[in-house]
Design a binder for this molecule. Structure first.
Ligand code: AP5
Ligand code: MG
Length: 219
């Protein structure tokens, strides 16, 4: 399966894509992670894209497209993959069509108040990128349990240190959200027209949402 995850910042793209990777073996490819890796390694590209990232803006298409091409050319992508955070605008969607076809677009539908709650408690592993949440979240009368590591500040999977993303500051979250609405949300209609889009209600516990996604995959 070649799957694209669409959804606003904090919708849970990375959370569900990594669970599907564990279950089905398709590599989870996050362009946000590729961008953060370049910035962390302080490469030429990393230095060029850091100002965009820090401002919550999309990095230039030509850079992110090259990164994605490099990643998709690796052997582990032969039997499918899950794209998280790509495409992010119409131009990237058209570029993706030139590189490969896709089978399914999962659109995570999550209200903005839940997004802000999710992002304020997010913690990420420095070493392996695993995603946690230190807060229990209440939405209406529903309670979403926290997704805490067993030991505070330490990744369950690899023992790495957990950190808070630089772009999870409230003022940057707002900018990422505006960028999503202006640039990425139009892709919902684009993929709907092509018969590839499936909406998934993203309000629920991790297992509930994951079940909704898996039932679409099974169908
Ligand atoms: P990127 O890293 O893709 O950020 P984003 O789209 O803003 O999405 P997030 O990673 O913030 O959210 P997510 O949907 O993955 O949510 P998560 O699973 O972590 O991009 C960052 C930047 O890189 C961009 O701003 C841009 O500069 C650049 N970039 C990347 N791709 C690009 C591209 N194609 N073109 C140009 N620029 C690009 O979940 C959020 C939190 O909620 C976590 O704490 C998680 O534990 C928790 N959570 C999730 N589900 C549940 C649940 N059911 N119950 C309780 N907690 C939950
Ligand atoms: Mg993510």
């Amino acid at each position: 399966m070649k799957i694209v995850f669409l959804g606003p910042p904090g919708a849970g793209k990375g959370t569900y894509a990594s669970r599907l990777q564990d279950k089905f073996g398709w590599p989870h490819i996050s362009t946000g992670d590729l961008v953060r890796e370049e910035i962390k390694s302080n490469t030429d590209i990393g230095r060029r894209i850091k100002p965009y990232y820090d401002e919550g803006k999309l990095v230039p298409d030509e850079i992110v497209i090259e990164m994605l091409k490099g990643r998709l050319s690796r052997d582990d992508c032969k039997n499918g993959f899950i794209l998280d955070g790509f495409p992010r605008n119409l131009n990237q969607a058209k570029e993706l069509e030139k590189i490969t076809d896709i089978d399914l677009v999962i659109n995570l539908v999550v209200p903005k108040d839940l997004i802000i709650k999710k992002l304020s408690g997010r913690r990420i592993c420095k070493k392996c990128g695993a995603i946690y949440n230190i807060n229990e979240i209440r939405i209406g009368d529903k309670v979403l349990p926290a997704l805490k590591p067993k030991v505070d500040g330490i990744c369950d999977k690899c023992g790495g240190e957990l950190y808070q993303r630089d772009d999870d500051r409230p003022e940057v979250i707002e900018k990422r959200f505006v960028e999503y609405q202006n640039q990425t949300a139009p892709l919902i209609g684009y993929y709907k027209e092509r018969g590839l889009l499936k909406d998934v209600d993203g309000v629920g516990t991790v297992n509930e949402v994951l079940e909704r996604i898996i039932s679409i995959l099974n169908a």
